[in-house]
Design a protein around this ligand. Structure first.
Ligand code: NZQ
Ligand code: ZN
Length: 387
């Protein structure tokens, strides 16, 4: 195992009815917040009303920013920063999925930064301070509720870039699984694929001596395979929704990394698809992941895929490593399809026209020292295999 630092300051209140703690938690840290949400699901589901009741009970004033887009846009965050300054707000409350929470992180940091908040995504600045952020999660997927990452999009330049900073962790997150009952099957499937992808990104690593992290990764994957389809079939299955929600937080909160060199290869490739075509993040991951697996499968890596096949899919250990690996990859592909997710780029209207540019933009220095190093040409090939 490598050296690592593990520190998560986010307070999590998990379970049905935990929103009752929101007002007190905010009142302890802020007086007047920006209430930020997406296209209206929180109004339909009652989450908005429950949160507003908490603000009133806590004597907290607020201003509102609605309409945060899936793949949140920098222009929306700029508007949030403007509102924070205009109303002298001292906190941000996000109600929604990863897009709303990411946008809220950008606003919270942008409000205390003198330049343009896109500077964070452009790598021109690292956020050093932020307003306290409170989240009420409505979708199990990104883990943004318990990590310090935000991913913002700039459609004018076809850019989608992540940033992070120690100040970007939410102060408090409310994780009530019943708030995800209203999530449509398609988004439930996409969220499950995203959780699994975060787990894969950490699990397929050149460092294979993190027994605890690897076993936890396998447990998260088994849990997604068990509960993703259950939540799709029975949207108000509390056990399924609760397990997916907690899986999501732990797949990306730093525990699975444990100092491993993680390039987030498939994520980097997917963010380019979203940047150019504005597709759903989890859908892009479901399409790319089995093809990335097939591309990096070799004599050198097959033992790792074989372990995945045995530990996650219960495959027979007496099979050869290559057969185990290939079967596990096929099962991964079939699982995503079984949840109704597209399997090819063509199905989501993506052709090869930008593959070269996307591959160049996707590739970072991290690709040199991860599980299997990939060049821009390799990435183009994986895009081609996904067509
Ligand atoms: O906008 P509303 O009306 O709220 O509807 C949303 C949106 O249309 C809807 N939804 C969410 N909860 C719902 C619901 N509809 C009904 N009932 C509910 N309970 O679902 C749609 C998708 O929401 P979104 O927030 O976009 O989904 P997700 O949580 O998957 O977030 C995706 C974004 O997060 C980024 C992705 O790239 C993408 O931009 N990521 C953020 C990460 C992070 N911060 O650590 C890591 C991830 O890898 C990812 O890159
Ligand atoms: Zn993701």
């Amino acid at each position: 195992m490598k050296n690592f630092t593990y520190s998560i300051p986010t307070v999590i209140h998990f379970g049905e009815g935990q929103i009752k703690k929101l007002g007190g938690e905010i009142a302890a840290r802020a007086h007047k917040v920006l209430l930020i949400y997406g296209g209206g699901s929180v109004k339909r589901s009652g989450v908005y009303d429950a949160a507003v009741a908490q603000l009133k009970a806590g004597g907290i004033e607020w201003a509102e920013l609605s309409g945060v887009e899936p793949n949140p846009r920098i222009a929306t965050a700029r508007e949030g920063v403007r509102l924070c300054r205009e109303h002298k707000l001292d906190g941000v409350l996000a109600l929604g999925g990863g897009s709303v929470i990411d946008c809220a992180k950008c606003v919270a940091a942008g409000a205390l930064y003198s330049g343009d908040p896109w500077d964070f995504s452009a790598g021109k600045a690292v956020p050093e301070k932020a307003l306290p952020l409170f989240t009420v999660l409505t979708m199990a997927a990104t883990g943004s509720e318990m990590d310090n990452i935000a991913v913002m999009s700039n459609p004018e330049t076809n850019q989608k870039e992540a940033f992070s900073g120690p100040c970007c962790y939410p102060a408090v997150s409310i994780l009530d699984p019943t708030y995800t009952y209203s999530l449509p099957a398609f988004q439930t499937a996409a969220g499950t694929a995203d959780i699994m992808s975060h787990t894969f990104e950490n699990y397929f690593s050149p460092i294979e001596t993190s027994y605890l992290a690897d076993s936890m990764a396998e447990a998260i994957l088994r849990s997604c395979i068990q509960y993703g389809p259950k939540a799709i079939e029975t949207p108000d299955d509390y056990e399924a929704r609760a397990n997916l929600m907690w899986n999501a937080s732990w797949a990306i909160n730093g525990f699975l990394d444990m100092g491993k060199p993680v390039a987030w290869s498939v994520h980097r490739m997917e963010h380019e698809l979203s940047a150019f075509y504005d597709i759903t993040h989890g859908v892009g991951l479901a399409i790319l992941t089995p093809n990335w697996m097939r591309y990096v499968l070799s004599e050198k890596t097959e033992h790792r895929f074989a372990r995945y096949g045995m530990a996650v899919w219960g495959l027979d250990a007496s099979l050869s490593p290559r057969v185990l690996a290939e079967t596990a990859i096929q099962k991964t592909r079939d699982f995503f399809s079984s949840m109704g997710l597209p399997a090819t780029l063509a199905e989501v209207g993506i052709g090869p026209e930008h593959f070269g540019e996307m591959a160049r933009k996707a590739r970072t220095g991290g690709f040199d020292k991860t599980f299997v190093p990939l060049s821009a040409e390799d990435i183009v090939e994986i895009y081609r295999m996904s067509l």
